[in-house]
Design a protein around this ligand. Structure first.
Ligand SMILES: [Zn+2]
Length: 188
């Protein structure tokens, strides 16, 4: 079985521009290349995950999201980092496009994307990690049985006051590079 790092796209891997699918506005966050190179070298699959409720709301089509993801892949590849997979949730219960306007199992904080990825890529979730910038990502990771790290430039106090065990991250780091160093020292 394989082990993976699930990386949330908007706000974790790339700078968060709400509802952006324009490749021109895709830019990587600090520490991404250094961190992902380290994890790649340790044999982790790198899997990009994202909630894209803009598809359910009819703001853009899935194809447009793939265009932005292609740009992410290109920026990473240019520096020697290769994504192994991509998982997307296009749903939202209050959407406008009928087929996507459902209560699904894959929109974080639900763990469906991670569970589906585990089947698709033959992953051992117990040796896998999720990196996210929101506690919804952490909850999804914990529910799936993964390890979790929260990436926040400024460490939010919400983490300290969060009493819900399932929303507690395994660590909080300012960027992916710092998180990667932690992951490498805390996994076999
Ligand atoms: Zn979904």
């Amino acid at each position: 079985m394989n082990k993976a790092i699930f990386i949330n796209k908007d706000g974790t891997l790339i700078k968060d521009v709400p509802n952006n699918v324009n490749p021109k506005f895709v830019s990587l966050n600090e520490g991404v290349i250094e961190g992902l190179k380290l994890l790649q070298a340790k044999g982790f699959y790198l899997i990009l995950i994202t909630n894209q409720e803009g598809i359910a709301y009819g703001h853009f089509k899935e194809q447009a999201v793939l265009g932005a993801v292609y740009r992410v892949e290109e920026l990473l590849k240019f520096k020697g980092v290769y994504l192994d997979g991509f998982m997307l949730c296009p749903h939202h219960p209050n959407g406008k496009v009928r087929k996507y306007s459902v209560e699904c199992d894959c929109r974080t904080p639900k763990p469906g994307l991670l569970i589906n990825a585990a089947k698709k890529y033959n992953l051992d979730l117990k040796s896998s990690w999720i990196m996210g910038n929101r506690l919804d990502d952490i909850e999804a990771g914990n529910l799936a049985g993964c390890h979790t790290v929260l990436i926040q430039k400024e460490v939010a106090t919400s983490v300290d006051t969060e009493s819900d065990e399932v929303r507690k991250p395994g660590g909080v780091f300012v960027d992916i590079e710092k998180a990667a160093e932690f992951i490498v020292t805390h996994s076999q």
